[in-house]
Ligand binder design. Sequence first.
Ligand SMILES: Nc1nc2c(ncn2[C@@H]2O[C@H](COP(=O)(O)OP(=O)(O)OP(=O)(O)O)[C@@H](O)[C@H]2O)c(=O)[nH]1
Ligand SMILES: [Mg+2]
Length: 585
Amino acid sequence: MANRAPIISVLGHVDHGKSSLLDSLRDSNIVRGEAGGITQAIGASIMPLEIIRKRCGALMDQLNMKLTIPGILFIDTPGHAAFTSLRKRGGNLADIAIVVIDINEGFKPQTLEAIEILRSYKTPFIIAANKADLLPGYQIHSSNFLASFSKQTEKVQTDIETKLYEIVGKMHEKFGMECERYDRVSDYTKQVAIVPCSALKKIGLEEVLMIITGMSQRFLEQNLSLNVSGPGKGVILEVKETVGLGTTLDVILYDGTLRVSDEVVIGTLSGPKEAKIKALFMPQELTDMRDKKNKYKPVKEVVAATGVKVSCSNIPEDVIAGMPIHSTKGDVAETIKSINSQIQNVTIDTDKKGIIIKADTLGSLEALTKLLKEKEVPIRKASIGNITKKDISDAESNFEEEPMHSCILGFNIKDEESTDKVKIVVRDVIYALIDEYELFVKEKEKEVEARELDKLTKPVIIEVLQNCIFRQSNPCIAGVEILKGTLKTNINLINRAGDRLTNVKSIQADKDSVNSAEKGRQVAVSLPKVVGGRQILEGEIYYSDINEEEFKKYKELKKYITEEDKEILKDIAEIKRKQNPMWGT
Ligand SMILES: Nc1nc2c(ncn2[C@@H]2O[C@H](COP(=O)(O)OP(=O)(O)OP(=O)(O)O)[C@@H](O)[C@H]2O)c(=O)[nH]1
Ligand SMILES: [Mg+2]
């Protein structure tokens, strides 16, 4: 019977170097290709035993054990706060884990979260105290940490020890767990080993690999029940269109065997669906399945644990990443039951009102939901896949009442153009979506307030020009110059004493009838119910009559008003306060 390869997940806080650690172990460069420089999906890669032996070199002899594991399946997880569900999935799949901690930064929120996840699954782990090369004065001597350590200055040695004891202290305080530098660990089942290392400069990585290999071997021996000849059980990492094959599934097979022609049950949001395996493809060793350059080789069967590309006949349309796939081994009902129990808690809470969100996978949809909830952005609909016509019409229906909600945010899906009424933002970095949404809300607020501003009487000061009372009454027609602000038809005019005199019935500029005129223009206005020479005097100035309510609204919208309008409003308030000292306050 073949042995099952152990699954080793790498967890830890964002940017502490998880993907870099795997890159260095594999001699790959997945980090460089990541959007926004952060990991946003689970990755999987196979490392066969011969490579492990090669990488560890003479250190392997220290293990003093016969290795029967076929290799290791490494799982990379995201460290960003939003991706709790993917960390849980990564932690859940793991037989053993590596918790990466930036030695300079120490414990951070997602370090604690990762360890809590591992403890809840009782998953053994080691700590990689990464970025040791950044400690001031650290000199690079050897790829072996210990050999390098003895050559460091006393100060650097003390620094490293101090940082390690901070980790030891935190592990004890937070989790009551014993923890020690790996070479001082006497019992790996009781103490968590810390390996100081540098993923970037490739220091201490042989030790990391050696220790997890030893732990894996022991794990395998203690868990003989792991029967790889049983039904294949896997988790879908990605749903992809592959040329010549149509829709294929990138799967982590964590238990059992999958064979071509196997009947399988796949979890979907609408329940378990049956399908049949048409073809299986093994990814290239040491290459992350997320890597687009990965080359796949057709095989008849695959044995856990491994990554595998699966092509099925009658693949369910609503299949999504994050869902389980199990082969039935004849017992369809039992498999359906098992899948059902796994997908039951996969729902995303939505609100009655709110925006619409779309994402490529369940994990990213959950992450986006979590981020938006933290920002108190209501979500009306959250679903997986590209934006549909229905999504757009749903978002459009928000336009009148809640313009802030006529928005669709999409993560890692096909981009669509915004419409007149619906703002559509599609990005491949989850945080960029939140930033874009906040910008959109600000713009919308501005628009809404600008519209409100538009409803208010415009502040204006006009002067009646000399010899320009063209008609005295019924109505009075006078030539005026706009000294400040904008003159509009239908506004009421007051004089310096604050008395309301008349309203501006019409405005004529260069013989044309207009609705408004700007500062500096000379126009003729018709003013009913007043008499030129009596209430309206040549050389005198008049103001728009802004009522108290409007004045208060202007104060609220202060940030959208020009300096000039502010000056006019101040003058008007002064006039009004002659009659009512509390006006507008
Ligand atoms: N100097 C130094 N830099 C490192 C080391 N390890 C990682 N880095 C750098 O730290 C940054 C983050 O590394 P990643 O490997 O992407 O970190 P991560 O933990 O995978 O990040 P997420 O997946 O987004 O949580 C990159 O710029 C790396 O080059 C190290 O040992 N030394
Ligand atoms: Mg990463």
